[in-house]
Design a protein around this ligand. Structure first.
Ligand code: PA5
Length: 445
């Protein structure tokens, strides 16, 4: 395995007996996941996905990605939550957060439908002007308002540009295999469709067509991605003694000590969106029944200049999980300067990654001395195989962690509350009853 858990910075926070204390919970969680008989067991399709994926569809995904690469300057990916974060995170991690600005032979990729803000949509429409555009609309339910609205706008744009027949060659829909408005619309219009399996929840869907099509269109090797995930699947299925489960156990122990916030940290801006993906995965999976560790994320050293003060000296509510990427994609040699007017020669004649590593070491010592437990997850290089492994590591860890906490990690009942209110306020048919009541609350003094 290229992913390794490093626990040496936890010694003063967790004793050996504490691991023994939660071990039966880990064993039980592992057994439930393998036997598929725990809470939410209808949504365990992600467990075997790296092995049991639809090979015919996988080939179609690769063919569609090639078609997109050949025919488009811009790919607009429409989706929200689990139908958006994984693809964007993977592309930024494997390619670059500056992907769209770099010279390349793959299309620029813009993600829309992840907010209702009109300015952003107008800006992406303007970017598409005069360019060849393809659209990948992704929605498991096929009814989520944000992507549905954005799709209406981009579908109209494509139809104006290419006609209905031309547009349908450029629209790829990823949704339920049989039901939902998007599936019906796609079948009526003749779009190529890809499937979000019934038993894979949105936040666990990055290794389905949801993530794979945009990731492949960006020129990433999805075979290697699945290979990495498969390695992790096999490693964590064997028994209950592995780094993934140990990470879940540590989180559980720290939560019992009142550490109610986890900050996922990396020293690579290309990992920032992985932090967003992690927040959804852990937040939606664990945050329920008045329980859960609040997931947050930061990129260092950037955020040491904003959040650093709080982490070091503020209330002791958090622990950090640092994803330490051992080798950067591209290093930068720091030359000596004869004049040394900036006084930085003490940093030269070495790679910039060495300076970054010292920042990591200095910070982890300071934070742990300041009372903040630090877990380290080492990742060798930022490539497809390792990302596949890392994705699976976090997916399995949150499943074990949720079971240890006694919640169903695979539902998200709380997400519905805001939607119901929004629909009622917008006058959606079927929500008439609640409209007046909500308006009265809003208008109350
Ligand atoms: O994890 C989840 O289930 C959610 O975040 C969904 O992914 C999100 O709400 C989008 O749903 P859908 O894919 O049905 O449009």
């Amino acid at each position: 395995m290229s992913i390794k858990l490093q626990t040496k910075y936890l010694k003063k926070f967790i004793g050996e007996d504490e691991y023994k204390g939660v071990a039966p919970l880990v064993t039980a969680a592992h057994a439930s996941l393998e036997a598929k008989n725990g809470l939410g067991s209808d949504f365990l399709g992600w467990v075997d996905l790296p092995t049991n994926y639809d090979k015919e569809e996988f080939a179609r995904i690769k063919a569609a990605a090639e078609k997109i690469k050949k025919t488009c300057d811009v790919l607009v990916v429409i989706g929200i939550g689990g139908s958006y974060l994984g693809a964007r995170a993977a592309i930024e991690f494997l390619k670059s957060p500056l992907y769209n600005n770099l010279s390349k032979d793959t299309p620029d990729i813009y993600f829309v439908g992840n907010s209702i803000n009109p300015t952003y949509l107008n800006e992406v429409l303007a970017i598409c002007d005069g360019k060849d555009v393809c659209v990948n609309i992704i929605s498991k339910s096929g009814t989520t308002t944000e992507p549905a609205l954005a799709f209406r706008i981009f579908k109209q744009m494509l139809e104006k540009k290419y006609g209905k027949d031309g547009a349908k060659e450029r629209i790829f829909a990823t949704t339920d295999k049989a039901k939902g408005t998007l599936k019906e619309l796609s079948d009526t219009q003749g779009y190529e469709t890809f499937v979000v399996p019934d038993d894979v929840g949105g936040r666990f869907s990055v290794l389905t067509a949801v993530g794979l099509l945009p990731i492949a269109a960006a020129g990433c090797d999805i075979d290697k991605l699945m290979e990495g995930a498969r390695k992790a699947q096999n490693a964590y299925a064997k028994d209950d003694n592995n780094d993934c489960y140990k990470y879940a156990a540590i989180r559980n122990i720290l939560a019992r000590k009142g550490k109610s916030v986890e900050m996922l940290v990396s020293y690579d801006p290309a990992f920032t969106m992985m932090g967003e993906w992690f927040k959804q995965l852990f937040g939606e999976s664990e945050g329920k029944d008045d329980k859960g560790i609040f997931p947050s994320s930061a990129t260092f050293s950037t955020d040491l200049h904003s959040l650093g003060q709080f982490i070091q000296d503020g209330s002791k509510i958090m622990f950090e999980t640092v994803v330490d990427i051992l080798k950067p994609k591209k290093d930068l040699w720091l030359e000596n300067d004869a004049e040394n007017l900036d006084g930085l020669n003490f940093l030269t004649n070495q790679n910039m990654s060495v300076v970054n590593k010292k920042a990591f070491q200095g910070t982890i010592l300071a934070h742990t001395e300041g009372g903040v437990p630090n877990i380290v997850i080492e990742v060798d290089t930022p490539d497809e195989e390792n990302l596949g492994e890392l994705i699976y590591f976090f997916e399995k860890a949150v499943a074990v962690s949720g079971y240890m906490m006694g919640v169903n990690p695979f539902n998200q009942p709380g997400v519905e509350s805001y939607k119901k209110n929004m629909f009622a306020l917008l006058g959606k048919p079927g929500y008439e009853g609640a409209k007046a009541e909500l308006e009265a609350k809003l208008n109350a003094e």
